[in-house]
Design a protein around this ligand. Structure first.
Ligand code: BG6
Length: 356
């Protein structure tokens, strides 16, 4: 005997706070060994999320600037242009922080902030994720903006219904469908650099991205025309990596102009089919590779960071700020970004060259 293997795939929700998640992990731990448990966070199966490690650790150019001396602020965004629309039952019990922020956005944060693992061995990678999570304190309510979408009478039919108009949502629910939060990674690399996580449903667009905004050029000789550089990893839609940078305005000019270095997948990898996140992850299960799965201690740290906040919100019955279906979310979230030191100039917009 001794042939074959058992592997169990577990999908979220992995509990709803630290205590219930611990109870679930304990229960699973009594039935399976850690190397048999595959907790899925499907964002870890996405092409550009997996690319974060290769971009960071496979290039010489990013490593030396990937730190508090150069990065002003990191913003991780998840936006969906539709509401709960019939899925309100599950969603209302969990809310956007548990549904997206505590897992998908936090996983992306780990991959941006963690140190270089000793190797690509799954446990070496997961050790680094746990390490960086341990440097993040519980999120404070003062660093959070909560929102809930309301119908937009001027919008298309689906946008005219707010969250509370969804028949699967309990009347008067105060569950947030939008959240923005500042997290701080108190270690040598990141001390003082805010990581802003923001996510929401029924917003103006579909977009998931990681954005690093760099500090100003010291001693700008171009009359303060140079804007901050940004490195954007666009997870979806239209996978791309681009840096927002200054270049000489072409022609009979000598002044700097905002432009980009652009690796848009639709241009560069025209005939490559990117597999769906679940396709990749389920194949990993068959191959026995746990790199892109969530280990018990990692999950525990993630809940430690968010549980006090979630309990405070529930105990105080915090009311989310209403925002219109199809909008950018509450204006207070932009204020939070500003407070985190993110500079939005509004002078540049990346245009997907694939779609021109
Ligand atoms: C799921 C959330 O984990 O992710 C959903 O429960 C959300 O609320 C979904 O819509 C988003 O996934 P994707 O791959 O479409 O970005």
């Amino acid at each position: 005997m001794g042939e074959g293997w058992n592997r169990v795939i577990v999908e979220k929700p992995f509990g709803r706070d630290l205590a219930s998640s611990d109870a679930l992990s304990l229960h699973l731990g009594g039935l399976f060994r850690e190397d048999q448990i595959y907790r899925i966070d499907h964002y870890l199966g996405k092409e550009m999320v997996q690319n974060l490690m290769v971009l960071r650790f496979g290039n010489r150019i990013f490593g030396p600037i990937w730190n508090r001396d150069n990065v002003a602020c990191v913003v991780l965004t998840f936006k969906e242009p539709f509401g709960t629309e019939g899925r309100g039952g599950y969603f209302d019990d969990f809310g956007i922080i548990r549904d997206v922020m505590q897992n998908h956005l936090l996983q992306m944060l780990c991959l941006v902030a963690m140190e270089k693992p000793a190797s690509t061995d799954p446990d070496d990678v997961r050790d680094e994720k746990v390490k960086v999570l341990k440097c993040i304190g519980p999120v404070e309510l003062d660093d959070v903006v909560l929102g809930q979408y309301v119908g937009n009478p001027d919008g298309p039919p689906e946008a005219q219904k707010g969250y509370l108009d969804d028949p699967t949502v309990p009347p008067g629910s105060t569950t947030a469908t939008f959240a923005a939060a500042i997290l701080r990674v108190a270690n040598e690399r990141w001390d003082g650099v805010p990581f802003v996580l923001r996510c929401g449903k029924a917003l103006n667009e579909r977009k998931a991205e990681v954005r690093l905004q760099f500090r100003e050029v010291p001693g700008d000789i171009f009359g303060r025309q140079c804007k901050r550089n940004e490195l954007v990893v666009r997870v979806q839609p239209d996978e791309a990596v681009y840096t927002k940078m200054m270049t000489k305005k072409p022609g009979m000019f000598f002044n700097p102009e905002e432009s980009e270095l652009d690796l848009t997948y639709g241009n560069r990898y025209k005939d490559v089919k990117l597999p769906d996140a679940y396709e990749r992850l389920i194949l990993d299960v068959f191959c026995g590779n746990q790199m892109h799965f969530v280990r018990s201690d990692e999950l525990r740290e993630a809940w430690r960071i968010f549980t006090p906040l979630l309990h405070t919100i529930e105990e105080r019955g915090e009311k989310p700020i209403p925002y219109l279906y199809g909008s950018r979310g509450p204006a207070e979230a932009d204020e939070l970004l500003k407070r985190a030191g993110f500079l939005y100039e509004g002078t540049y917009r990346w245009v997907n060259p694939h779609k021109l």
